[in-house]
Design a protein around this ligand. Sequence first.
Ligand SMILES: [Zn+2]
Ligand SMILES: [Zn+2]
Length: 250
Amino acid sequence: MRSPAWSWDELLLICSRVVDNGWRQLRTYQPATHELADLLRSLPLHGEAAHRIPQFRSATSVSRKSADLITSRPDYQGPATRGGELTRLMAEAFTRQEAEMRQAARAIEAGIGSGELFQIPVQPDEVAEDGTIAHEGRLLARWALFRERNPQLRTRKLAEARRLGLPIQCEVCAFRFGRAYGPLGEGYIEVHHVLPLHISGPRETRLEDLAFLCANCHRMCHASFNGTSWRTPTALRAQMTAHTPPSEAV
Ligand SMILES: [Zn+2]
Ligand SMILES: [Zn+2]
């Protein structure tokens, strides 16, 4: 049995170390390469069968993959190694959005280090229906979705809105479930984290970090598009306004 294909999250962690290493190959004589291999083997991404494969995420395979990432950079002049499409996309992401990608890597490592990421069950929508993975990785998407589904947080956010006399409605399009569906939809609303984990860092959620969204706007805030996979309500509203034909504008 062969090791499973490299996942986006694994490539993200390797590429972050390659960048730290000045875009040079991670070598098997470097202790950091073995530590990274240990970290990759610990990720809650692959099934038990993968972990029984002796070469699964060995330091040698990590070293080889680091070379693939280097030769997959958009401006790399030398001969390419065989990396594959995901490797090319990752090298490109780190070339164009280095700070954001490194922050994502740090957030994943923090979640693994604290043990938090091991306690979070797989979320059904951490991978989009078309198979795409969030730009910041599957593990951060899992963590973020789980975090904003925290029922206590949601209850507190709703209680605060009621106390302040604010309407329970979508902060992007003003949709109110109660108004559209009557008693069936009364009080229904989804809660969205305004800042993604790789921007905010893993810290305790405050009520002001949360926004109310209808199901449609919430989907659109999380959708992967043009190398981004998280939008604030403000950014989504700007997107909607930009695409509303003048005759329909209100
Ligand atoms: Zn909405
Ligand atoms: Zn959300």
